[in-house]
Design a protein around this ligand. Sequence first.
Ligand SMILES: NC(=O)c1ccc[n+]([C@@H]2O[C@H](COP(=O)([O-])OP(=O)(O)OC[C@H]3O[C@@H](n4cnc5c(N)ncnc54)[C@H](OP(=O)(O)O)[C@@H]3O)[C@@H](O)[C@H]2O)c1
Ligand SMILES: *[C@@H]1O[C@H](CO)[C@@H](O)[C@H](O)[C@H]1NC(C)=O
Length: 324
Amino acid sequence: MEKHVLELLARTIGYMTIIRVLIAICRWVWATFLRPAKNLKEYGSWALVTGSTDGIGKALAFELASKGLHLILVSRNSTKLKATADEIHGRYGSGVQVRTVVIDFSRDSLEVIGKRIEEGIEGLDVGILINNVGMCNSWPRFFHEADCMADEIIKVNVEGTSRVTKAVLPSMLIKKKGAIVNIGSGSAEILQSFPLLSVYAATKAYIHQFSRSLYVEYKQHGIDVQCQVPLFVATKILPMTLPSFLAPTPEVYSEACLRWIGYEPVCLPYWLHSFQGSLVHAMPKGFLGWVALKYCLHLRKVEKPTVFEQVMKRENEPLFNVLE
Ligand SMILES: NC(=O)c1ccc[n+]([C@@H]2O[C@H](COP(=O)([O-])OP(=O)(O)OC[C@H]3O[C@@H](n4cnc5c(N)ncnc54)[C@H](OP(=O)(O)O)[C@@H]3O)[C@@H](O)[C@H]2O)c1
Ligand SMILES: *[C@@H]1O[C@H](CO)[C@@H](O)[C@H](O)[C@H]1NC(C)=O
């Protein structure tokens, strides 16, 4: 009798686990491949993308233009902004309007950032904001090695994103619609500790928490806030990463991004990333921290000559440390 009950219990637990996994897989397949994308033009006719002269931001701007959205490109280099705007006009014709706003998020004050964004969007029906601009150490560093760089990373990733969001939200609140996408990072969401890139990973943890809270805060006002989490994407932020199976080009990556806008508060848009992310997430965190440390120490050795030059141009500080 008792054996019977135990057996029944074990079976029930087994079946429930299998059903849960199956449901999770079905939901993933649905969201990743089958669920129709939202009609992005319904949010408004303009989209603002920060950090849109290179990498993921630039590719996202092209994707949005291909859907017929007008663009406000925000970046630090006016020459690159103009070149990007020309490229977009060249590909999509004059039906897509492009405005540019020059902001250096690591140098300009928060007042200036707010003012330029407010002026840049004045009178426009901005439906989508993509907070993409982000900065990372060009070289894995121990925290004590890189004071001024840490300040810049916090300024760009945390303060810049928050200030731009604050400047764009009021017009979305009036219309009672809008979509805000903040670009996070697997370094915070999946790995949870990232030695030698600690400040970068911490700023991205801020982005995740900020997005989750805003998602709840503004849902009732018709504004969909989301954090999209890339793992590796082959851009210049990671000079050592070449395009591969797990590190798509920004063009391939950004194609996956648009179909998620307006849905979950946090997502990994690229299907191979989300697959990789769930495997890595299931591993013990202590082990992951150890692997990340070994990887970064390895990068410091392998990438020495090229990165050495880059870093020496940026700032004069001792590179090779006693801790190595
Ligand atoms: N690539 C990855 O593997 C990866 C992984 C996880 C998360 N992410 C995140 O994805 C986002 C985009 O990264 P990405 O890989 O596309 O980087 P990227 O290729 O370096 O592009 C960054 C863009 O931001 C602009 N930018 C950088 N610093 C700026 C500043 N201080 N003021 C104004 N604009 C500035 C750059 O302008 P210029 O054209 O003048 O350089 C460029 O347009 C970032 O938030 C990053 O943290 C990337
Ligand atoms: C802006 O970009 C152009 C083209 O890539 C480059 O030649 C120039 O040095 C950049 N300007 C600054 C201030 O970085």
